[in-house]
Design a protein around this ligand. Structure first.
Ligand SMILES: *Cc1c(COP(=O)(O)O)cnc(C)c1O
Length: 395
């Protein structure tokens, strides 16, 4: 409006010329479901759509209890409360993660202990976890980067030996598995994110997964620290405040959006995996030539195509490649700046052991566009632009 047409490209021209890093999509019956909520009388949580989302999870994730939350951050906070963490306790987690993996646990007063990652997957290194365990350690927080599983067998073995809680930050790992078992269900608690940057979204939203044995703890925390759910089921005759908690339930409107997305979740995942595989195939010659590194997916890991990254030689080369891609209308971006070098991380946490890979690898990592509406030909165009940067022809 008011601009000459040539100065501001319309949506049509934009989609042809530029490729954004991410674009949240509507993939199913979201609008219809949200209209149903708006036409009705129930807007708070645990209405029809909230229940239908939970039914989807009961089907896709049998044997665990699912609670829908306003975000993954809230789910992690609830897990931290359910574990009863507090001052004097230590929690082991990677430094290469999103800030709320740390802050959800730091706010209990527990001390954060960061450890190094494995360079291929960017996931927490179990050997570093083992070395960081002390008499005060209470929990391990594995984060499955890009939906590729951490080595849960070794982590669970360490946890069993030292009687530690395991809380999976599975924010990126919906519909991923490890040896056929779903991520988010391999520890005591798991947390998913439905932020609009994730594969399946409700604008913002999350889920807390709990092993049946620990689901009762979660229920109280999520119900504002009250016994409301048990009261409504007729299991207790008084409605009362029992513990710390908060208002941690996902309302109906985002639940309706989420249900539309969940119903298409398997198709969305399959599509993203195809795009991921196209990147891997198109960029293989550059990797073989030693110009870049590609992500490592260990055997037995079924990922969900959440992130495709490459690694440049160093941060200067990454900077130049980002500029090169930007000039071609392609938006690529780096990822986490290690938390141990952040102001809050320096104050609230320590790094146990050596930082061999966390800083070095995070400086080389570059994420390429990957979203539902991205097309195969666009993936090939992006790969061609990267090959051009390295002076290599693609066939
Ligand atoms: C997205 C993300 C979160 C936070 O999710 P929200 O739903 O936005 O709170 C936490 N951890 C990781 C690893 C994430 O990728």
């Amino acid at each position: 409006m008011g601009f000459p047409k040539s100065a501001v490209p319309g949506p049509q021209e934009l989609s042809v010329q530029t490729i954004p890093f991410n674009r949240p999509a509507l993939v199913g019956r979201e609008k219809e479901y949200m209209a149903t909520v708006l036409d009705g009388t129930s807007f708070a949580s645990v209405g029809l759509f909230h229940k239908r989302c939970r039914a989807w999870f009961a089907d896709a994730y049998p044997g665990v209890r699912t609670f829908l939350t306003p975000s993954c951050t809230h789910a992690l906070e609830a897990a931290a409360l359910a574990c009863g963490l507090g001052v004097g306790d230590e929690v082991i987690l990677p430094s290469y993660t999103f800030a709320t993996t740390a802050t959800a646990f730091a706010r209990t007063g527990a001390k954060l202990v960061f450890v190094d990652i494995e360079p291929g997957t960017m996931n927490i290194d179990p050997a570093c976890v083992e070395a960081a365990v002390t008499g005060r350690t209470r929990a391990i927080i594995p984060m499955h980067y890009a939906g590729v599983a951490c080595d849960m067998e070794r982590l669970n073995r360490i946890a069993d030996r030292h009687r530690l809680w395991v809380i999976e930050d599975a924010a990126q790992a919906l519909l991923c598995s490890w040896r056929g078992r779903p991520l988010g269900t391999l520890g005591h608690f798991g947390a998913f994110s439905f932020h609009e940057t994730k594969n399946i979204h409700s604008g913002e939203g999350g889920a807390l997964m709990a092993a049946p044995l620990h689901a009762g703890l979660c229920e109280t925390v999520l119900e504002k620290g009250t016994n409301r759910s048990r009261f409504l089921r007729g299991e207790v005759d008084k409605y009362t405040w029992e513990s710390l908690g908060s208002s941690y339930a996902l309302p109906e409107l985002p639940s309706a959006l989420l249900l539309g997305q969940l119903e298409a979740a398997h198709a969305v995942t399959a599509h993203r995996r195809r795009l991921w595989a196209t990147y891997a195939e198109a960029l293989a010659p550059l990797a073989v030539a030693g110009r870049i590194d590609l992500p490592v997916v260990p055997p037995d890991c079924e990922h969900n195509g959440h992130i495709f990254f490459i690694k440049t030689a160093d941060t200067t080369e990454r900077h130049h490649l980002i500029d090169h891609l930007k000039a071609a209308g392609i938006h690529a971006t780096f990822h986490y700046i290690p938390l141990h070098s952040s102001p809050a991380g320096r104050q609230l946490a320590t790094f146990a052991g050596e930082d061999h890979f966390t800083t070095r690898e995070s400086l080389r990592l570059l994420r390429l566009p990957l979203f539902y509406d991205l097309r195969e030909d666009q993936v090939r165009r992006i790969a061609a632009s990267i090959s051009e940067f390295y002076g290599m022809k693609r066939h």
